[in-house]
Design a protein around this ligand. Structure first.
Ligand SMILES: Nc1ncnc2c1ncn2[C@@H]1O[C@H](COP(=O)(O)OP(=O)(O)OP(=O)(O)O)[C@@H](O)[C@H]1O
Length: 316
């Protein structure tokens, strides 16, 4: 089932077309929205929240039309904005409690939800300190907590890993995954870091210049290819194992592409596995690895990205 449907959505600013006839459905679960800086991700989120009006096209969020039901949508959706927006002289506990009260929760429930969400994002210890002294990672966690505090059905997270170091980024990605697995909340998360989405998202939507490039389940995007990846060793300790394996495989009629010690062999059918095993054994070598290669999201993006727009995309 879709949480969001988008039909021919267009947003033109005076000099830029930020969204250009975008049509796509966002399924339940964790959905990654990926694109280089300026691809239109934040513009799309603001339109879906009813905070900005599209130039043309239509969309619905959780069954509500964005043109007529902004307040209903904002009641059911949590929003973590991209940029810093936290008052520095206030503590996380006060701020998240305030956001819970604004969402309409009575004081008791707001206090309970504030404690629960701050615990979930790992900010219990520091919750009474003023946020001006927080690290970037802690600020991102407060922004996430305020998006979750009113128990939404869906959250929009705009670049939640921005400014985080690799450890902080991994922790944030785990938190995002748990929002769905533990609480059943669907997530639309934006990023320009393609590698992040492979393990966090169930589905990935790729946009560029406000246009749709691809919308696929992560499984489909990273599905197995028809290439086998192979690594060998010489039990006698010889250093030329890969060279010898390559020569033997080619003599058996198999095509081999080399990348250092790794060999890539096109598989015609399951019998290719047997041919490789027998050929390698016959050459007196041992198999370290023999498996199907997989697509990576970054490669798929690279195949589709018009020249000149890739330099903003980080594939790490
Ligand atoms: N209020 C505005 N007025 C004019 N142009 C705008 C406005 N907001 C966004 N834009 C332009 O629209 C395009 C899309 O911007 P948007 O912020 O949606 O991209 P993004 O994918 O979220 O990138 P980023 O992560 O850098 O914010 C950009 O060219 C941007 O400069």
């Amino acid at each position: 089932m879709s949480t969001i449907t988008i039909e021919a959505l267009t947003k033109r600013y005076s000099r830029v077309t930020a969204l250009d006839q975008l049509t796509v459905d966002v399924p339940e679960g964790v959905c990654g929205l990926v694109g280089a800086n300026g691809a239109g991700k934040s513009t799309l989120i603001k339109i879906l929240l009813g905070l900005s009006t599209p130039t043309a096209g239509r969309a619905s969020v959780l069954g509500y039309d964005i043109a007529s039901h902004g307040p209903e949508i904002r009641q059911l959706v949590g929003y973590m904005p991209e940029h810093d927006c936290l008052p520095p002289d206030v503590s996380a506990a006060e701020f998240v409690m305030h956001m819970a009260r604004i969402s309409g929760l009575p004081t008791g429930a707001a206090r309970e939800r504030t404690a629960d969400t701050l615990r979930h994002v790992g900010l219990m210890e520091e919750r009474y300190r003023r946020m001006g002294g927080y690290s970037t990672g802690m600020k991102q966690r407060v922004k996430l907590a305020q998006a979750l505090v009113h128990d939404p059905k869906l959250v929009f997270l705009d670049e939640p890993t921005n400014g985080l170091d690799p450890v902080g980024r991994d922790e944030m990605l785990d938190l995002i995954r748990r929002i769905h697995t533990k609480f059943g909340i669907s997530v639309l998360v934006t990023s320009h870091l393609l590698g992040e989405l492979e393990r966090t998202s169930d589905h990935v939507i790729i946009i560029d210049g406000g246009r749709l490039l691809k919308s696929r389940s992560t499984g489909e995007l990273t599905s197995q290819t028809h290439t086998l990846i192979l690594e060998v060793l010489d039990p006698a300790g010889g250093a030329d194992a890969a060279d010898r394996a390559q020569a033997s495989l080619e003599a058996s009629g198999l095509g081999v592409r080399r990348a250092g010690e790794l060999m890539y062999v096109p598989a015609t059918d399951e019998s290719t596995f047997d041919s490789i095993r027998d050929t390698v054994a016959h050459a007196g070598l041992g198999l370290v690895r023999l498996q199907r290669d997989r697509h990576h999201i970054a490669e798929i993006f690279a195949e589709n990205t018009p020249e000149g727009s890739q330099d903003h995309v980080v594939t790490g």
